[in-house]
Ligand binder design. Sequence first.
Ligand SMILES: *Cc1c(COP(=O)(O)O)cnc(C)c1O
Length: 466
Amino acid sequence: MNYISTRNKYNISDNNFSKITMEGLAPDGGLYIPDNFPSLTSKEIYEMTNLSYSELFTEIIYKFCGSCVNKSDIYKIAADAYKDFGSEDLAPLTNYNDNIKILELYHGPTLAFKDFALQFLSRIFNLFLERGNKKITIIGATSGDTGSAAIEAFKNNPRANIIIIHPKGKVSEFQRRQMTTINANNVFNVALEGNFDDCQAVVKKLLIDKEFNDKHCLASINSINWGRVLAQVVYYFYSVFKVLKHDNGQFINFSVPTGNFGDAYAGYVAKKMGLPINKIVIATNSNDILSKFFQSGIYKVSEVIPTLSPSMDIQVASNFERLLFEYLNFNSALVTEYMTKLNTHGSFEISKEILYELNKTFIGVSVNDEITIERIRNCYSKKNIVIDPHTSVGLEAACSANLKGINIVLSTAHPVKFSSAVNQAIDTIPSLPNKYKNIFTLKEKYQSMPNDINEIKNFISINSSL
Ligand SMILES: *Cc1c(COP(=O)(O)O)cnc(C)c1O
């Protein structure tokens, strides 16, 4: 399998899964995608339906690795990565009603779906680092959940220091404490004066600064990392198989609470591989750049609005570039032109024909805070299910899209992570899992910093692992 960059499709190298996973962002500023997606026949898909999660993971991921990793190594990684996900079933599917099901993806160690990707990524990184006897410095921007999932996955790793940048005052207290109370020598937290897009921009700048990057062996664990997207493909298969066992022949749609478009894009990859997915609903909060795009074909940046679902308070949805590249016929010059336009004019527009093609799969729905609260309340009073505000956005979008068939809503976080928002809707306080009983009294460690690339570089130089 070969990987190409969205900004320079001629930059192909053979068998480079390990390289592109460690690199995260391509040196030309683009994102990596396979030059050819593996596709499965319906017979091959049918034969996977009874596999365990780790077996299924192995079969799917192996197809993307070329000869970089062998199957038994992938299986070992999966079995180890997913051992702390609460129950035997890593991703329980509960009934909301006959047509809508909720896929609980928050039973991992930090209570959000991002554990699925980061627990895998830390282990595959280690495999490659041990092979090359190397060390790295991991940098990441977080709107809240990536940071804790990454820190949890990499803490005490002898081959990596990890530096996580979060927007100061813009993540929930529980989220912040999940990052800042981890007592490990290789973990560093930065609270940046800015929003998530500022944090993400800083990380991108550092990654494409070749000299600095080479010096500190930077690696990125943000959702632009192909390895993260890939790990998320698996639960789409897993949940569709569960539904097919009962409801064969129905359309299956997904509703995905969306910020950086990594999770939704993973669903699209599953569909491209042949999994029978009909529509993917892109559910956003009031930061509705993507939902508006899928309605109008216009991608227009505006100010980030703080909402009750902060992990989706994002304007520039990085992973979207992968989809755009494909729908622009793999024309990297055109992608570059659009991205430049976005930077200089704050918007671009695609043709009606391309929008029509995109809408065969994607529908955009945005949900404001008031409706988010209303849906949490309604879900609890009618179904006795407590959901977090991100899941509420997804559920509301599924209800309002009202698509035929079975609709699976991705439940992306445990309600306890956002208890103050949940409590605006209902009186029930989600109970803290045992592991987190002390979180509000533990000592925090983090560094506040202005949005200044030189100060951040300085901080990294002091705290890199090299
Ligand atoms: C990160 C996150 C999202 C958004 O996922 P993307 O892959 O960035 O679209 C949604 N919900 C929660 C709880 C998250 O942590």
